[in-house]
Ligand binder design. Structure first.
Ligand SMILES: Cc1cc2nc3c(=O)[nH]c(=O)nc-3n(C[C@H](O)[C@H](O)[C@H](O)COP(=O)(O)O)c2cc1C
Length: 163
C-alpha cells in the first residue's frame, strides 16, 4: 500500500510554524488533479491564514472545529452545484487528495465538515462560513481543511488495523 495512505491521520494540534508557500502550492495542485465527474472540476480552494478569520471559522460549530483558530493554514473546499451535480463527490475526492499531499509534505491536516452541520442555535454552519469568507450564494462549502506542522503524535495505521 502507498505509505502516505497509512501515515495520514487527522491532526488537530499544530506548531505555530508557518506553512511554506511552496508546500501550499503543492497541496493545492494535488486538489486540482483529483478526478471529477465529466472532468468538470467544480471546485475552488480558498486558502485562509488570517488569524481573525480563522478564529471566526473556529466558532461556527459548537464542536469539531475549535482547533481551526490555532491552525496556521486552512483550505475551504468550495463547490459549485451549477457546474456539476457531482460537486459533493468531486470536492470530497479533492479534499482527500489535499490531505494526502499535506501528509506527503510532512504536514498534519484535518477535515472539518461544514455542509449539513449546524451552529449552536441550530443555524446552518455552511451559510455562516459563506458569510465569513464572502462566498457567493450559488456556491457551497463542503469542508474546511486545517493544515500545519503536527504538534501531536498519532500512530500510522498498521496491518492489524485493516487486515
Ligand atoms: C466527511 C468527514 C467529516 C469530518 N468532519 C470532522 C469534523 O468536523 N471535525 C473533526 O475534528 N474531524 C472531522 N473529520 C475527521 C474524522 O473524525 C477522522 O477522519 C476519523 O476519526 C478517522 O481518523 P483518521 O483521519 O486519523 O484516520 C471528518 C472526516 C470526514 C471524512
Amino acid at each position: 500500500m502507498l505509505k502516505v495512505l497509512l501515515e495520514r491521520r487527522s491532526i488537530r494540534k499544530y506548531k505555530e510554524k508557518k506553512v511554506e508557500e511552496e508546500k501550499i502550492k503543492q497541496i493545492l495542485a494535488a486538489g486540482k488533479v483529483a478526478p471529477s465527474g465529466k472532468n468538470k472540476k467544480p471546485w475552488e480552494f480558498v486558502v485562509i491564514e488570517n488569524k481573525e478569520i480563522l478564529k471566526k471559522l473556529s466558532m461556527v460549530k459548537p464542536k469539531g472545529g475549535l482547533f481551526l483558530a490555532e491552525s496556521p493554514t486552512c483550505i475551504a473546499v468550495v463547490g459549485n452545484e451549477e457546474i456539476s451535480d457531482t460537486w459533493v463527490e468531486d470536492c470530497s475526492i479533492a479534499s482527500t487528495f489535499i490531505q494526502l499531499e499535506a501528509c506527503n509534505q510532512g504536514l498534519g491536516s484535518c477535515w472539518v465538515q461544514m455542509k449539513n452541520r449546524f451552529t449552536k442555535d441550530g443555524g446552518d454552519a455552511e451559510e455562516i462560513v459563506k458569510e465569513i469568507l464572502e462566498i457567493s450564494d450559488n456556491k457551497r462549502v463542503l469542508c474546511i481543511i486545517s493544515i500545519g506542522y503536527p504538534d501531536q503524535k498519532i500512530f500510522a495505521y498498521k496491518e492489524e488495523n485493516y487486515l
